[in-house]
Write a protein that binds this ligand. Structure first.
Ligand SMILES: Nc1nc2c(c(=O)[nH]1)N[C@@H](CN(C=O)c1ccc(C(=O)N[C@@H](CCC(=O)O)C(=O)O)cc1)CN2
Ligand code: MG
Length: 288
């Protein structure tokens, strides 16, 4: 570790995967079948193919079964929906995910609406997001990247209650749900986006800053309150073609109390949380 305030997502996700593996082994030793994840990939995007491959490999490493359905870019929305429905009806499948983004001719909302909320291990179904956003309600599953952000904060021994949390970005996958999750943990939450005025000043008020805005190294040292927790969800390429975040890590690490790197911060948590949600889905079925 290069300095004391690094939040090491590689290490934390490895320990989560290990505990999922042990829980899967326990489930199977009790006579239940292994949890099973079904993945739908439409089109030939290289990044999506890599994520799906990594999800299947991680599942196999943890003793989780996976099946996948790969469709060509030309697939119709109805074909995708028909597959989702067949997975919904298969009692041996615990989790279903549709890799995003979908090709532009397919309506993402129409497809995600079809996933059985009890198998929605990505947590993207509007009912699950709706429940996440309502007081006193609990979704079946929380989305994986936001859940990974919260887990990184918790496992670093940082308390969330009463803190000023600022979220940069309002996407359905990250910004919006992570803001709801921080609010559910009693943080005072401000959501900022491309039209927010005085962005830097807003960020400087944050005890916890979560950045998911998709702009290379936007957040600089003088945007950070000294000692703040900085969680970088960005995945961009820098001027040398290297993967980097939305936060200028080398600058901001000098003032942050805790900070995640890119790569090796939030990214590895996404798949670890997916595995955890898939296990939870099977446990709900077998252990209740
Ligand atoms: N159905 C879904 N689609 C997408 C999701 C999702 O959670 N569900 N999230 C992203 C892509 N994604 C998983 O699908 C994902 C992104 C990044 C990583 C990751 O481990 N990143 C590493 C770097 C990897 C690299 O070197 O390229 C890191 O940050 O350290 C995992 C999963 C959009 N689509
Ligand atoms: Mg990362």
């Amino acid at each position: 570790m290069e300095f004391g305030n690094l939040i090491d997502g590689k290490q934390i996700s490895a320990s989560i995967r290990l505990s999922v593996k042990e829980d899967v082994e326990r489930l199977v030793s009790q006579g239940h079948r292994a949890p099973c994840l079904a993945v739908i990939l439409v089109g030939e995007r290289v990044d999506s193919q890599t994520y799906v491959r990594n999800k299947k490999k991680t599942a196999a490493d943890l003793g989780i079964q996976s099946i996948d359905k790969v469709l060509p870019e030309s697939a119709t929305q109805q074909q995708v929906i028909d597959i989702v429905r067949s997975f919904n009806n298969d009692k041996d499948i615990d989790g279903i995910l549709v890799q995003l983004p979908l090709p532009s001719h397919i309506n993402e909302e129409a497809v995600l609406n079809e996933i059985d909320i009890a198998k929605d291990v990505d947590g993207f179904h509007p009912i699950n997001i709706g429940k996440l956003s309502m007081r006193g309600r609990k979704p079946e599953f929380e989305p994986c990247t936001p859940k990974g952000c919260i887990e990184l904060i918790d496992r670093s021994g940082i308390s969330i209650q009463g803190k000023n949390a600022v979220v940069l970005g309002r996407s359905n996958i990250v910004g919006l749900p992570v803001a709801m999750m921080l609010m559910n943990r009693d943080a005072t939450v401000t959501i900022c986006h491309s039209k927010t005025k005085d962005l830097k000043e807003k960020c400087r008020e944050a005890d916890i800053l979560v950045v998911a805005i998709g702009q290379t190294k936007l957040v600089k040292k003088d945007w950070i309150k000294p000692g703040a927790v900085v969680i970088d969800v960005g995945m961009n390429t820098d001027e040398n073609g290297k993967l980097c975040g939305d936060v200028d890590f080398n600058e901001c690490k000098q003032v942050a109390g805790h900070i995640t790197p890119v790569p090796g911060g939030v990214g590895p948590m996404t798949i670890a949380m997916l595995m955890k949600n898939t296990l939870t889905s099977a446990q709900k079925k077998f252990c209740n």
